[in-house]
Design a binder for this molecule. Structure first.
Ligand code: KIV
Ligand code: ZN
Length: 403
């Protein structure tokens, strides 16, 4: 397991909450490919699925636990409602992982209690406590989420968290399930938790948030300033409705502005030390891979990984950048794994250059697949002068994914 003492823990939920967005369904092999890449990216925890949800999800969690959940690999996690059968399925699927985590949840907002759960606060309190203890009987690493925490009564939330920690939760995750909160409110909420939950020092505070108002990343950064140490996010921000907090935006904000956000300053003398375990050079590749396999396109102006994120169009900007990059760039494209001197692919390019570029774009092709795609590439290159990354992705998707 990776060092987490002086790092912000990155919990990736692309394969669980991310996959919950319409049209993004992945099969087991695709999930495994993404999980391997997430491990290369350096995420600390992979939420591999919701084992009870379907036999396919169970198998995916199990396979990822077997293949990616190694001694030095990430923690592999499965979601489970606060229901015995869910927790049992999660525990079973996670058995092969060296480091496993059960993530169990129950709603705590009055609106969810009244209309969805039809339970009283006292009942929810008792269930949370009992099910965390049940999950703990299977493994040490247990995460508890009070769903819709951001719209819950803070006093009730403090009580639930205290009981969940007493029952064995090692991480308590605070979800803004409907993307309703604002940065200062969310920051205050985390501060309130640190001040009002008596046993909070026995657990890590995590945050989880949706992007309905486009505020998820800003909310998380404010949460970090107020004591959150785990961030739940997805590649390209995919997820329910407007999506989840985007991993690449969080990681690069924490990297580029590390002196501003560093909650460990004072403990660690090194103000330049990275704040996460993420290998930022793997970010672009991971983004392309997830986009290709889920079919979820990345908008061109998307921060960090959009096609225009490092492009300069205006004459004034181009002039400035040519004189000194820092005039209009706050980070180097190479930091996220883009190369400045990209090989231009055309009809004269060989199989090696073609294969190398595909690897940079996140494709892991077998020999046969590469050969097939190369034949198609030559065909397209004969008709088209410049072959863009988008063309390459289209070629691979047409030839390989659908065959
Ligand atoms: O958005 C949410 O509340 C969730 C929980 C299961 C953590 O996804
Ligand atoms: Zn969610």
């Amino acid at each position: 397991m990776r060092n987490q003492a002086d790092r912000i823990i990155i919990f990736d939920t692309t394969l669980r909450d991310g996959e919950q967005c319409p049209g993004a369904t992945l099969n087991i092999d695709e999930k495994l490919i993404i999980a391997k890449q997430l491990a290369r990216l350096g995420v600390d925890i992979i939420e591999a699925g919701f084992a009870f949800a379907s036999p396919g999800d169970f198998e995916a969690v199990k396979k990822i636990a077997q293949i990616v959940g190694t001694e030095d690999g990430p923690v592999i996690c499965s979601l489970a409602r606060a229901i015995k059968a869910d927790i049992e399925a999660a525990a079973e699927a996670l058995k092969p992982a060296v480091h496993g985590r059960i993530h169990t949840f129950i709603s705590t907002s009055d609106i969810h209690l009244e209309y969805q759960l039809r339970k009283s606060r006292a009942e929810v309190l008792a269930i949370a406590e009992e099910m965390v203890a049940y999950a703990k009987s299977f493994m040490d690493d247990v995460e508890f989420s009070p769903m819709d925490a951001a719209r819950s009564d803070p006093q009730f939330l403090y009580q639930v968290l205290e009981r969940a920690i007493a029952a064995g939760a090692t991480t308590v995750n605070i979800p803004d399930t409907v993307g309703y909160t604002t940065p200062s409110e969310f920051g205050d909420m985390i501060k309130g938790i640190t001040e009002n939950v008596p046993n909070i020092d026995q657990a890590i505070i995590s945050v989880h948030g949706h992007n309905d108002l486009g505020l998820a990343v800003a909310n998380f950064l404010e949460a970090v300033k107020n004591g959150a140490r785990q961030l739940e996010c997805t590649i390209n921000g995919i997820g329910e409705r407007a999506g989840n907090a985007a991993l690449e935006e969080l990681v690069m904000a924490l990297h580029v502005r590390r002196q501003y956000f560093n909650p460990f300053l004072g403990r660690s003398e090194d103000s330049e030390a990275p704040l996460t375990n993420i290998d930022t050079k793997q970010i672009y590749k991971t983004s392309r891979l997830v986009s290709n396999l889920t079919g979820m396109l990345v908008q061109p102006n998307k921060a960090i990984v959009g096609a225009n994120a490092f492009a300069h169009e205006s004459g004034i900007h181009q002039d400035g950048v040519l004189k000194n990059k820092l005039t209009y760039e706050i980070m180097d494209a190479q930091l996220i794994g883009l190369t400045d001197n990209q090989i231009v692919l055309g009809k004269h390019s060989g199989r090696n250059a073609f294969g190398t570029r595909l690897k940079e774009l996140g494709f892991e092709l077998s020999e046969t697949e590469l050969n097939k795609a190369f034949v198609r590439f030559k065909d397209v290159a004969d008709k088209k002068k410049d072959i863009s990354d988008w063309d390459l992705e289209a070629i691979v998707n047409d030839e390989i994914q659908q065959s």
